[in-house]
Design a protein around this ligand. Sequence first.
Ligand SMILES: [Zn+2]
Length: 256
Amino acid sequence: MFDAHAHYDDEQFDPDRDAILQSVHKSGVKYIVNAADSLGSCYKTLKLAEDYPFVYAAVGVHPHNAKDFSPAALDDISSFCSCDKTVAVGEIGLDYHYDLSPRDIQKKVFETQIELADIKSLPIVIHERDALKDTLDIIKANKHKITTALWHCFSQSQEVLADVMRLDGFYISLGGVVTFKNAVKAVGVAKAVPIDRLLLETDCPYLTPVPHRGERNDSSFIRHTAAKIAELRGMDFDELCAITTENAKRFYNIKD
Ligand SMILES: [Zn+2]
């Protein structure tokens, strides 16, 4: 299995990070992309990618931290893009749910990082929460600069999914939300997404799937998400895992 979006640099893993990473790898998770959310998190993410052969890095600044973005940060992230294990710029986007950074700054930082990914020929990993219209406007206005993009933890309707799937090179990833009892939208999306555009993720330590809700999430729990989506689509579990792993390797351009 391939966990396309995780946060092992999060302080919730401070007590046992090494043990957890070793055990999730042993449990069958062969690839993990750790998504940075700030400049400090980029350093930690690259260190994890250096220490663990199965961990890869997405480098970038989350919309929450857009207010801390500076020309110096851009220079640093730009140099991180050239590291061997860097596979994407992310996670980047807009979050109007918490509004931890002013919206005009979030938009600017999102566009700046789209441009950086274009210059570095890397895919982008998009975070969107309660900011659908502005996110789509920015994506469409900058489409010529986006070759491939992953909309992580996609939480919109099937109508929006259809709109996004019309964009060349766009993938979505689904996580634990699809196992939640009230996950009507996520269930619809899990059935409707073209199978060659679907990735699996945990977003751990957040969004723990059923039956582990309330616990800290980790990549070994991705099997519950995979099992749920396989059931919804009437597919074999192993087949779903194999296809989504191939999709993720193709998206992140991982050869081995
Ligand atoms: Zn995330």
